[in-house]
Design a protein around this ligand. Structure first.
Ligand code: ADP
Ligand code: ADP
Ligand code: ZN
Length: 209
């Protein structure tokens, strides 16, 4: 059974590779960023609570995020495995996740900050969770999602100053988690600068047959 956590700087391709896992490994992807964005656009109570943090590129407080993700992971479709993209993002989130789940693979998809900024400025996303790039992974029809036909948009926080803030938080708060998974012997790194199919090939080698 796969219980995978994806790590990597903003723009390293976590969402892109998580989509491949959904399709090829037949496991659900649990993506806090998508859940937050959905709640913000639907103007739910949760959305109103978290909007100021996501806009500023800050982490949403742990007491909101941890409960939301633990609830999601206890739904029936996650019982036979899952991939989490965007959680845990700090040591206390990691501890709470590890209390309930034995993560089988912590995968770091690594790129430089320069590459991250370059990629995110040309990223386009869909509400359904699909991710595109105007140069490297363009949709078949301009501005339209291949998967669901909805209109693509640029995220509010994919602007250079907010991207830099998010990258700083990643280096300061998320990178220290890696030691926890190294100690457990489940940590692996792949070179995220490679083309999308090559990154996927490397991940499949790590996951095994
Ligand atoms: P993350 O979820 O890590 O923030 P995404 O999967 O959203 O990253 O990818 C960021 C942007 O880079 C998207 O526009 C995506 O289409 C593009 N992208 C993803 N992987 C690659 C790759 N290996 N090479 C080039 N562009 C990529
Ligand atoms: P990014 O990779 O740039 O942080 P995401 O789509 O993963 O983008 O998340 C968007 C926003 O949602 C984040 O900037 C943050 O405000 C919030 N968020 C996502 N995951 C978490 C988390 N594990 N803990 C706290 N906040 C989170
Ligand atoms: Zn879509």
């Amino acid at each position: 059974m796969y219980k995978i956590c994806l790590f990597g700087p903003q723009g390293s391709g976590k969402g892109t590779q998580a989509d491949l896992m959904i399709k090829e490994l037949d496991i659900p992807a649990v993506v806090p960023g998508n859940i937050f964005r959905h709640n913000i656009s639907e103007k739910t109570e949760l959305g109103q609570k978290v909007e100021e943090y996501t806009k500023a590129g800050k982490l949403v407080p742990d007491e909101i995020t941890i409960e939301m993700i633990q609830n999601r992971l206890s739904e029936p479709d996650c019982a036979s495995g899952f991939v989490v993209d965007g959680f845990p993002r700090n040591v206390s989130q990691a501890k709470s996740l590890n209390d309930r789940h034995d993560i089988t693979h912590a995968l770091l998809i690594n790129i430089s900050d320069e590459e991250a900024i370059h990629r995110l400025s040309r990223r386009r996303v869909c509400d359904c969770g699909a991710t595109y790039h105007l140069d490297y992974n363009a949709p078949e029809k301009e501005g339209i999602c291949n998967d669901c036909g909805k209109e693509l948009y640029q995220r509010d926080d994919d602007k250079e100053d907010v991207i830099k803030k998010r990258l700083n938080i990643y280096h300061q708060e998320t990178e220290p988690i890696f030691d926890i998974y190294k100690e457990k012997g489940v940590f692996h790194e792949v070179d995220g600068k490679q083309a999308i199919p090559k990154v996927w090939e490397d991940i499949k080698k790590i996951l095994g047959p």
